[in-house]
Structures are given as C-alpha cells and as structure tokens.
Design a binder for this molecule. Structure first.
Ligand code: HEM
Length: 137
C-alpha cells in the first residue's frame, strides 16, 4: 500500500495534476499519505515480535521529545509534562511497551485510522469527480 500510494503521488506530480483546480485534492492526498504511513507504523507492533517492540519503543521515544507535548521535548517540562502524563504515555497507555500499547496499536490500526482513511478517500474521489480527471479529453 505504501509503494502504491507513492507511485500514485509520483504519477500525479509528473503529470502536473496537482495544479489548479486540484490543489485541494493534493492536500487531501498528503493526508492519505500520512495515514498510510501511520497504518504501516501501527501495524508493525501487531506482530508482537522484537522488531515491532523496538520500532514502537524508538517511535514513541521520539514522540516523548515532541516540543510542548513530550516530557523530553522543548518546553515540555515547563508545561508540566512528565513520563506519566505526556504524549508518549498516551500512545503507549503506560511508560513502556506492554499489553496496553498492543491494544492501542490494534485499535488505531484496525478501527480509528481506517475510518479516517475511508473519510478522506470519500472526499478524494468526490474531488476527482468535481474537478474532473486531468487525463480526460
Ligand atoms: C490511500 C491513498 C490514495 C488513494 C486510495 C487515492 C485514490 C485516487 C484515485 C482513485 C484517483 C483517480 C484516478 C487517478 O488519478 O489515478 C486519484 C486522483 C488524484 N489523487 Fe489520489 N489517492 C491516494 C493518495 C494520494 C496522494 C498521496 C496524493 C498526493 C499527495 C494524491 C493526489 C491526487 C490528485 C491531485 C488526484 C487528481 C489527479 C488527476 O485528476 O489527474 N492522492 N486518487
């Protein structure tokens, strides 16, 4: 899916189909790309093996360094962020990768993100109909 979305984006870019009147649909596409990468990321933990555990450990540690929202990020401490109430904690459902993190990844991967993807695909295809396909004569 990641490769297919990138090939599609490359095609749209090479044919200049991101230009007026399709700028808005390009932005919707960027949202779909981000959601596709998030599906890829959340799915990685679901195998519940060493690769997945460490990927999520590194990824959520990075989230812990987010400005304002992470306890290790710039201004996080000043805003009262700790290892037990920051964005990393919210993603993991705890302070380390465990059963709660697996459950959260599962819900994101199988329910929440697919719902957002379905919504954006709906808007995306509606815009293709309204703006007209760039390749049609
Ligand atoms: C889950 C991801 C995506 C799905 C399912 C999807 C689906 C589609 C479909 C079926 C079309 C009409 C046929 C075609 O032009 O090939 C289309 C057109 C388009 N897509 Fe996507 N797309 C996705 C991601 C993206 C991304 C990442 C971008 C760019 C950032 C993008 C930008 C566009 C634009 C600008 C059009 C209009 C193209 C034209 O009229 O030639 N889409 N998309």
């Amino acid at each position: 899916m990641v490769i297919t979305v990138m090939v599609h984006m490359y095609r749209v870019f090479m044919t200049g189909s991101y230009k007026a009147p399709r700028e808005f649909n390009w932005l919707i596409g960027v949202g779909l790309l981000v959601l596709t990468l998030l599906l890829s990321f959340t799915g990685y933990l679901l195998t519940w093996d060493q690769l997945g555990m460490w990927a999520i450990t590194v990824g959520t540690n990075m989230a812990g360094a987010t400005p304002l929202l992470g306890h290790e990020g710039p201004f996080g401490e000043q805003l009262g962020m700790t290892a037990h109430n920051d964005v990393r904690f919210a993603l993991l459902g705890g302070s380390s990768v465990g059963a709660n993190a697996l459950l959260r990844a599962y819900v994101w991967h199988c329910i929440a993100i697919p719902l957002f993807v379905a919504l954006l695909i709906g808007v995306h295809l509606w815009r293709v109909r309204k703006d007209g396909f760039s390749g049609s004569l």
